[in-house]
Write a protein that binds this ligand. Structure first.
Ligand code: UDP
Ligand code: UDP
Ligand code: UDP
Length: 465
């Protein structure tokens, strides 16, 4: 690895970070902010004035209190008329509103001292932020919060949506993206079939802007997606892809952690951790099948239960949802939580032997970092493509017949069988362990491929280039 001059003698770059809505977008930005501080950068964090979830506002405040050197700007997003949006999902409405008004951050950052030297922004605000960066004469780097494979699909969307009739004929089962392995249609997020859907329309306009940003940071590492990485780097319509993951956790205020005494009492590798991220709620019928599947599997479990997309709406009682008799019967073997936990910390606990999860990309990288085998149960958006990626990398398994979230009821026996496979497949255990070793190599302070990539960018900025 090249050696870098003493950072103290160089110009201190000032980087503005602009994440999008939801913990899945905020978390990687906070991890990146903490990393930039440790490399002697000045950081301005732009967040929207009100956040959709309580978890976001709690994490922003706690992050700022533990990182007082960060300059924080609250961006008041002009509200959207609810009737103007094609979605009733509060996160989507916020994506769309922030995406539409992202160019309005210009006056907020144009007069900062020292002046901004670069912007690192979410994919969904890319087209507006590119314009701001160009006026300020600074580079804009996109921070993508998904797999390289899904990014390649998003990058190709403008072409795909303009050629729907030819590319997506009734009989086609795969989508051909030049240079990449064909993508099964079944993994294509359903809203992508409708170019007018807000999700699709927002992604298309930002995908068009990809070519004008300086580089695309990806929370991934070379070993995890080698073929897609080399293929995507040869696509002329994209700037350099910069794998900098798995992004490392930063010190947080310890939560209540009422799970810890229970977890500490469980044998090593014996517990299945069940969690579907920060904004995926299952139907009550599906929750009951999952409950019975877990119980029938006979494995110990720590289950993070969600019944509403937005945390502040999630008020139902665990006992009402799962029944008192279930809680009583399984109290030795299982624990069910309905609160925000430190997922990264749980995944790092020696008692955890498997992770049943929706394949949200942050969760995938957190499991990769620890080499924890995954049972993927993708629900929405990028998650089926992510499931393909983690399976290919040897981190996990999934059952394609389970469909999208809510598409059909996945039965308790199917769940029991897959949980059994997750916890007993020795080949999976050893390939997941290997993924963990490679993830830690990639982020090693000396010579890790991801460390080297981010340091090279910081170095360029320090040279004021
Ligand atoms: N997370 C957490 N505690 C919770 C729920 C989620 O720490 O109770 C974190 C999880 O570790 C991950 C992020 O929230 O970093 C969720 O992002 P992901 O991409 O996995 O899924 P999303 O929530 O965006 O669907
Ligand atoms: N996406 C994004 N910014 C957003 C919303 C979506 O970059 O504010 C992209 C991103 O790559 C994400 C993908 O669209 O992973 C799928 O979005 P979805 O809402 O399913 O997932 P999430 O936002 O939870 O990652
Ligand atoms: N979706 C997603 N991530 C989520 C929630 C939903 O990608 O966290 C996808 C999912 O495929 C859903 C679609 O977005 O079918 C549209 O969601 P919306 O809430 O807009 O409802 P719909 O248009 O299906 O009525």
């Amino acid at each position: 690895m090249s050696t870098f001059p003493d950072s103290g003698t160089l110009f201190q770059p000032h980087i503005a970070l602009f994440p999008s809505a939801g913990m899945g977008h905020l978390t990687p930005f906070l991890r990146l902010a903490s990393m930039l501080l440790s490399h002697n950068c000045k950081v301005t964090l732009i967040t929207t004035k009100s956040t959709v979830s309580v978890a976001e506002s709690t994490y922003i405040s706690s992050f700022l209190s533990t990182h007082p050197e960060i300059n924080h700007i609250e961006f008041q997003v002009p509200p959207m008329e609810p009737s103007n949006s094609t979605s009733d999902d509060p996160f989507f409405i916020q994506f769309e509103a922030t995406s539409r008004s992202s160019h309005l951050i210009h006056p907020l950052i144009s007069s900062l001292t020292p002046p901004i030297s670069a912007i690192f922004s979410d994919f969904v605000v890319l087209s507006g932020v590119n314009k701001v960066a160009s006026v300020l004469g600074v580079p804009n780097f996109t921070v993508s919060t998904t797999s390289v494979k899904f990014l390649s699909l998003m990058a190709y969307l403008p072409i795909l949506t303009s050629e729907y009739s030819t590319k997506l004929s009734n009989n086609c089962t795969e989508i051909e993206i030049p240079g990449l392995t064909p993508l099964p249609i079944s993994s294509f997020p359903p809203p992508f079939f409708n170019p007018n859907h807000i999700f699709t329309a927002t992604l298309v306009s930002n995908a068009r802007a990809l070519k004008d940003c300086k580089g695309i940071f990806m929370n991934t590492f070379d070993f995890f997606e080698p073929e897609t990485l080399s293929a995507i780097n040869s696509l002329s319509y994209l700037p350099p892809i910069l794998p900098i993951g798995p992004l490392q956790t930063y010190e947080v205020k310890k939560d209540q952690r009422r799970y810890l005494p229970w977890l500490n009492n469980q044998p090593e590798g014996s517990v299945v951790f069940v969690s579907f991220g920060s904004r995926t709620a299952m139907s009550k019928d599906q929750i009951r099948e999952l409950r019975d599947g877990l119980e029938k599997s006979g494995y110990r479990f720590l289950w993070l239960l969600k019944t509403k997309k937005v945390d502040k709406d999630d008020k139902e009682d665990v006992e009402d949802l799962l029944s008192i008799s279930f809680i009583e019967r399984t109290k030795e073997k299982g624990m069910v939580l309905k609160e925000w936990v430190n997922q990264q910390e749980i995944l790092g606990h020696p008692a955890i032997g498997g992770f049943e999860n929706h394949c949200g990309w942050n969760s995938v990288m957190e499991a990769a970092q620890r080499g924890i085998p995954m049972l993927g149960w993708p629900q929405h958006g990028d998650q089926r493509v992510n499931a393909e990626v983690l399976e290919k990398a040897g981190l996990g398994i999934w059952d394609r017949t389970w469909g999208w979230g809510g598409q059909r009821l996945v039965r308790q026996d199917e769940i029991r069988t897959k949980v059994f496979e997750l916890m007993t497949d020795e080949k999976l255990k050893s390939s997941a362990k290997k993924v963990g070793e490679e993830a830690r190599n990639a982020t090693a302070r000396n010579g890790g491929s991801s460390t080297k990539t981010i340091l090279e960018v910081i170095q360029l900025l320090k040279q004021n280039k």
